[in-house]
Structures are given as structure tokens and as C-alpha cells.
Design a protein around this ligand. Structure first.
Ligand code: 1CP
Length: 350
């Protein structure tokens, strides 16, 4: 018989690691584990646009569960996208296959900002419904809710789509800091509400993605970004959910990202995990950081790297194994399953 405690995701290895408590094995999940690399995903998505699929709780539930069933990962990540809350409040945007989010009218003036309303839970009833369906299906496996951080969302809005150099974003940030701060304050309200809706509906953990913040130097991050990320994470501070904060190329920013209100700091693959742990100190758990490209390497090479990351993670106060960024679309999914098994095997505490 399963006791209530055994089926409670709040005592799962992933939540325990996020809280820096002892774990029976290192928990593992993969950013972008749902979608792209899975044939069963391609099948259910056939003929359905990305944003439409995000607004259908039945599909969100099925797609979110697929990698949990297939790989035996220690957490589900809610199937959605960082731009879904913007779409829900009326921003004219689309997710274009092979490109990413594309915004019809980029946001560069006060009048543009005035077209973006604050978000309320009533804008996203389909999110709360999907989370409730999922939590009922997942049992002891925790669900990770997520949102985009203000800087990364602002980058899409200001550039009008994916950007390598973020030149319009940086021009606005430095040219009109007042408007920049007003835009990011609005985005923090939206992201914070999006996180809160998911946590209140039953997500056990949340992750704030600031994917492109590694494009900034430290002082600009401190002055123009950190207060807004802190506001987004503060929206769930009173709820009993650990908060993960992740960005790419953030070796210089790791402790600052922790200070935004994170329990766990995500580490990308460009930083040695042991260096990241040293920079962060014992007050944060860490998440990461296998290079997603190494999933294409011979198994012996990959297995050795997994063992190194697991061993390095054991010197942290808490470690969640993950990739250093998302699963690449052409990844062989059987390799992902093998990674999960290997992380569990080499980290098992007797
Ligand atoms: O038609 C499709 O299948 C579109 C591909 C796709 C998918 C499957 C996009 C477009 N988004 C998603 C789902 C998604 N996005 C998830 C849930 C799946 C999972 O993780 O298992 C999550 C957590 C995201 C978050 C997201 N979207 C981020 C942060 C994570 C990261 O990778 O850094 C970012 C930056 C986006 C924007 C976005 N959406 C889609 C793409 C291709 C992109 C990146 C575009 C760019 O390079 O700027």
C-alpha cells in the first residue's frame, strides 16, 4: 500500500534536492524534454499550431506526460511557452515553426507599452485546468511550472522575434531606462501571475527562464534586470514552492541570479559545475549542466561526463541533474532514457 507521504510530490527527490535536503538519488529532468525529440509528440501535434496546442488542456496534459512515461524522469515540465501569457493578454504574436516567437508590432515606445495590460488569472483559465489535470495524473512526480523572466520576454517584444545581438533591447534599456523599467515591471507582473496560477493549481516547483540574460554585463544586470526578476519570483514567495532560476551564458551572473529569490540556480554547460558551486556557496542548490551536444557522443564518453557531473553535484548543498540548455531536436530519445538510468544508478545512496 502506498502511504500519503509516498505519493506526495513535496517529498519527492527533486523537491528535496531543491530544498537542500538529503535525497535517495540525484533527481534528473531535461529542459525541453517535452516535444521535438519525441515521435509521439510529433504525432499528437500534427496539424495543430504550437500556440493552439498550449491552450488545449487535454493536449498539454498528454504532451507533458510523454517524457515522464518514456524516460522515468524525476519531474514533469509543464508544456507551454514563455510567450503564452503575452498571447493570452492580447499581444499579437505567433510561434513560427523553425523560428520561434514572432511579435506583430515590436514594443519600443510608451504607446506600445500602454497596449500591454496587466494579467489576471482570468486570462489563463486553460493553464490552471491543465495543471489540475496533470497533478492528478502525475501522483508522486512533481510538476514544474515556469515563466519567462522580464529581460528575456522584453527581448522578444522589443526585437520582434529571436535575436542574436539584442541591439534594440539594449538601445531601449540604455536610451530610455524609465520606459525600460516600466516595460519590465509590467512583464514581472505578468510572469509573476503566470507562475502563481501554476503554483496555486498544484505545480510543486517553478522555474524562471532568463535564457538570454547572459548577453549582459554585471552592472547592467544589477541596475536594469535584477529588480524585475526579483519581483517576478516574489509573486510566489509566500507559496510552498521552490524556485529555480536559469539562464544561458551566465557564469558571471550566477550569485546575482540566486539573489533574485532563487532556491536553485540553473547552470549552463559553459561553466564547470564545481566552479558554479564554489561561486554560489552553500545557500543555493544547483541544477545542470550536461552539454546537450554530448548526447550525440559515444556512450562511454557521455557516461564518464555524467559521472563527473554527478560527483561534482555531490559537493553542492543540493543538485538536480539537467542539461546545460534544452534538448536539441535531433537527439535520439533512447539516449535520454539511458542518461536518466545512469544518473540514478551512479548516484544511488545506500
Ligand atoms: O512547433 C513547435 O513545436 C515549436 C517548438 C517549441 C516548443 C516545443 C517552442 C517554440 N516552444 C516549445 C515549448 C517550450 N518552450 C517549453 C515546454 C517544453 C519542455 O521544456 O519540455 C518550454 C519550457 C519553453 C520555454 C521557452 N520558450 C524558452 C526558455 C527555455 C530555453 O530554451 O531557453 C524560450 C527562450 C522560448 C522561446 C521559444 N519558443 C519556441 C522556440 C523555438 C523558442 C526559442 C527561439 C529563439 O531561439 O529565440
Amino acid at each position: 500500500m502506498t502511504s500519503a507521504t509516498d505519493s506526495d510530490p513535496r517529498t519527492s527527490p527533486l523537491v528535496r534536492a531543491a530544498r537542500r535536503e538529503p535525497v535517495p538519488h540525484t533527481p534528473v529532468w531535461f529542459m525541453r524534454q517535452a516535444g521535438r525529440s519525441l515521435p509521439e509528440y510529433k504525432q499528437v501535434r500534427e496539424g495543430i499550431a504550437m500556440l493552439d496546442s498550449c491552450m488545449r488542456p487535454d493536449l498539454v496534459t498528454e504532451i507533458t506526460l510523454q517524457p515522464v512515461r518514456r524516460h522515468g524522469v524525476d519531474a514533469a515540465i509543464f508544456f507551454s511557452d514563455i510567450v503564452v501569457p503575452l498571447k493570452a493578454i492580447g499581444v499579437d504574436l505567433d510561434i513560427v515553426a523553425g523560428v520561434g516567437p514572432v511579435i506583430a508590432e515590436p514594443v519600443r515606445t510608451r504607446a506600445d507599452l500602454d497596449r500591454i495590460p496587466e494579467m489576471t488569472p482570468e486570462h489563463v483559465p486553460f493553464i490552471a485546468e491543465a495543471v489540475r489535470l496533470l497533478v492528478a495524473e502525475l501522483g508522486a512526480t512533481p510538476l514544474i511550472g515556469f515563466a519567462g523572466a522580464p529581460f528575456t520576454l522584453a527581448s522578444y517584444l522589443v526585437e520582434g522575434g529571436p535575436s542574436k545581438n539584442h541591439e534594440h533591447t539594449k538601445a531601449l534599456m540604455h536610451g530610455d531606462p524609465e520606459l525600460w523599467n516600466a516595460l519590465c515591471a509590467r512583464l514581472a507582473q505578468i510572469s509573476g501571475t503566470f507562475l502563481r496560477v501554476q503554483a496555486e493549481a498544484g505545480a510543486s516547483v517553478v522555474q524562471l527562464f532568463d535564457s538570454w540574460v547572459g548577453a549582459l554585463q554585471r552592472t547592467d544586470y544589477v541596475d536594469l534586470v535584477l529588480p524585475h526578476s526579483r519581483a517576478a519570483l516574489a509573486a510566489v514567495e509566500d507559496l510552498d514552492v521552490p524556485r529555480i532560476h536559469f539562464g544561458v551564458g551566465t557564469g558571471e551572473l550566477l550569485p546575482l541570479m540566486g539573489s533574485a529569490g532563487a532556491d536553485v540556480v540553473g547552470v549552463d554547460y559553459r561553466v564547470e559545475l564545481s566552479d558554479a558551486i564554489e561561486r554560489l556557496g552553500p545557500q543555493y542548490a544547483v541544477q545542470g549542466n550536461l552539454d546537450p551536444a554530448l548526447l550525440f557522443a559515444p556512450w562511454e564518453v557521455l557516461a564518464k561526463r555524467i559521472e563527473q557531473i554527478v560527483a561534482a553535484g555531490q559537493s553542492a548543498s543540493g543538485h538536480i541533474f539537467n542539461l546545460g540548455h534544452g534538448v536539441l531536436p535531433t537527439t535520439d530519445p533512447t539516449v535520454l532514457t539511458r542518461v536518466v538510468e545512469h544518473v540514478h544508478a551512479v548516484s544511488a545512496r545506500s
